[in-house]
Design a protein around this ligand. Structure first.
Ligand code: CA
Ligand code: CA
Length: 118
């Protein structure tokens, strides 16, 4: 029984570490995955929303306000941050690569590629 408990604990640690390692890192707001958050990212989101523009390689990055959906509020949040003194994008933020905040609402957004993981 003792060995089974030890093996189970090792499995749990391995599984937890695996989850942490596989969590993609990104910059919140870097919708065009250029590695920089700038006005072009707001343009990229607007192109997607209204001009049938290309899909996002990192949807989490395009979800600027981290509410779990990509809509007009995201480029608005980004432009207000860049030019209107608005709030910075939520974690991991616009300047430091990091994973999605574990307290963000559950969503279906993915991050297939972002240069933070290169
Ligand atoms: Ca960018
Ligand atoms: Ca959003």
């Amino acid at each position: 029984m003792k060995y089974l408990t030890i093996i189970f604990c090792l499995f749990c640690i391995y599984s937890y570490a695996d989850i942490i390692i596989e969590e993609p890192h990104f910059l919140r707001g870097d919708a065009n995955v250029s590695g920089v958050v700038e006005i072009a990212d707001a343009d990229y989101i607007l192109n997607f929303l209204f001009k049938n523009g290309p899909l996002f390689q990192c949807e989490d990055a395009a979800d600027v306000n981290a509410d779990g959906v990509i809509d007009l509020n995201d480029p608005t949040h980004l432009l207000t941050f860049l030019f209107g003194g608005g709030n910075a994008p939520p974690n991991p933020g616009a300047f430091n690569c990091g994973p999605e905040d574990p307290f963000d609402p559950e969503d279906m957004l993915t991050c297939v590629y972002h240069p933070c993981n290169d």
